[in-house]
Design a protein around this ligand. Structure first.
Ligand code: ATP
Length: 133
């Protein structure tokens, strides 16, 4: 039987998960990467997106992560994200409102609008909605 590894996801506010998993697939800044037990140690930055993992029973789970870092050791993956939520913890109405706010801001194209910030908020909302839908 394949070996498992520990997955820990934390944000400055909370511990999101800490459990044994079979595989982790994370949204690296340079593209998605998968980690299995026994992987060579490495560090990577993450972009906002969806982290997937298979639990020890083989069920797939999705976690929203808003940028951060991943540290992979042979028996453990640690994700430090600015914000992170399990699928069941995502508030759909809140994500919808954030999406609308960001869209309106981007459509108005006001001179004092912070494009990068509005774009990042839009991306976070879209990924949250995608996980739930
Ligand atoms: P909002 O504008 O609604 O605050 P945001 O994308 O700016 O959204 P973040 O800065 O990513 O929010 O996160 C701030 C905190 O709120 C974090 O603890 C994050 O987990 C939580 N959070 C944000 N949006 C949601 C959501 N739709 N469902 C559950 N938790 C959320």
């Amino acid at each position: 039987m394949a070996q498992n590894l520990k997955l820990e996801v934390v944000t400055p506010e909370k511990a999101v998960i800490n459990e044994e998993v079979q595989i982790v697939v994370a949204p690296g800044s340079l593209g998605e990467f998968g980690i299995l037990a026994g992987h060579t140690p490495f560090l990577s930055t993450l972009k906002t997106g969806v982290l997937r993992y298979k639990d020890t029973g083989g069920s797939e789970h999705f976690i929203f992560v808003s940028s951060g870092f991943a540290e992979a050791l042979p028996d453990k993956v640690t994700i430090l994200a600015e914000s992170a939520e399990r699928r069941r913890d995502i508030d759909v109405e809140r994500a919808k409102s954030a999406l609308e706010r960001a869209r309106k801001r981007l459509e108005k194209k006001k001179e004092d609008m912070d494009f990068i910030r509005a774009r990042a908020a839009l991306e976070r909302a879209i990924h949250r909605m995608n996980i739930v839908n």
